[in-house]
Design a protein around this ligand. Structure first.
Ligand code: GLU
Length: 294
């Protein structure tokens, strides 16, 4: 039997918080329990927000957590040609189109639509689905933008992509913690259409989170994706891209989220719960584990 391969894939665009600590420790624990490997992947495609200093500090936090990391560490900013290849394959299938609406234009369109009393459909994260350029721009304006250096996103044509797959799509979800780690996975019906025409790349960034995560999970032979519940629904998009690109399907586990004192999900802008700040305030390893329920 091949050994399981787990990964922890943080983005160094802020300091790691308690939610990251839970993810990292659960991955490490699962890898040890199942005699597998545990890799770290630096998800730094956003080169304006991810900095070498933050990456360095992230590794200091991981070292403090005492994780049994295996090599190699993959850095997404060094892998752009691989994502471009995957994007080109989807383009060759006729599934990608340039989309010119800016965020402000989408927002204005949705606000105008909703004055009619009906809600515009939103994705599982609450962002409005892409309405299509033609819902807002004239044919002349679309032609003008495509011939200029206007910003654009490359989006997946969800309807065509689903047609190409032809049948229903599932993922395998296993328990995330404790004994459940060894429970047999159950099939979850994937609903990528809930996300509409997702962004695969942008004018200045040749990839997106969804595209790079599936390319890298395959490239690193990840067998088990264990990550936060906030990415549960995104798994539908990942399964669709895996099917389209002929990539293997890992088993998924989505763990509970750590909430702040206000009952909300932690974010990197919340300095009080960064591992760094807690360490500086003298929190011990044991106290940290207790705080995150491990
Ligand atoms: N880079 C993502 C994050 O920091 C996690 C990606 C994943 O685990 O699939 O939220």
């Amino acid at each position: 039997m091949t050994k399981p391969v787990f990964r922890f894939a943080p983005s160094p665009n802020g300091h790691l918080h308690l939610g990251h600590a839970l993810s990292a420790l659960l991955n490490a624990r699962a890898a040890v329990a199942l005699s597998g490997r545990f890799l770290v992947r630096v998800e730094d495609i956003d080169q304006t927000r991810c900095t070498p200093e933050l990456e360095q500090e992230m590794f200091e936090d991981l070292a403090w957590l005492g994780l049994p990391l295996d090599e190699p560490v993959l850095r997404q900013s060094e892998s752009f040609p691989r994502y471009r290849d995957a994007l080109e394959r989807l383009q060759d299938m006729g599934l990608v189109y340039p989309a010119y609406l800016t965020r402000a234009e989408i927002k204005a369109f949705v606000a105008a639509f909703e004055t009619g009393g009906k809600a515009w459909p939103r994705d599982p994260d609450g962002a409005p689905l892409y309405p299509g350029d033609a819902a807002v721009l004239s044919a002349q304006e679309i032609t003008a933008r495509s011939g200029s250096d206007a910003p654009f996103a490359l989006r997946l044509d969800m309807v065509k992509a689903l047609e190409r797959i032809g049948g229903p799509l599932c993922w395998q979800e296993a328990g995330a913690e404790g004994e459940a780690l060894f429970a047999p996975p159950v099939a979850v019906v994937a609903d990528p259409a809930a996300w509409g025409d997702v962004v695969l790349a942008r004018k200045d960034t040749p990839t997106s989170y969804h595209l790079s995560v599936v390319v890298d999970d395959a490239r690193q032979n990840i067998t088990d994706v264990l990550r936060g519940r906030d990415l549960y629904h995104a798994t539908g998009v990942h399964r669709l891209l895996q099917e389209l690109l002929g990539l293997p399907e890992p088993v998924y586990r989505h763990h509970r989220l750590i909430l702040g004192e206000d009952g909300r999900k932690l974010s990197k802008s919340n300095r009080d719960t960064s591992i760094r700040a807690l360490r500086a305030a003298g929190m011990s390893h044991a106290e940290l584990r207790k705080r995150i329920g491990l």
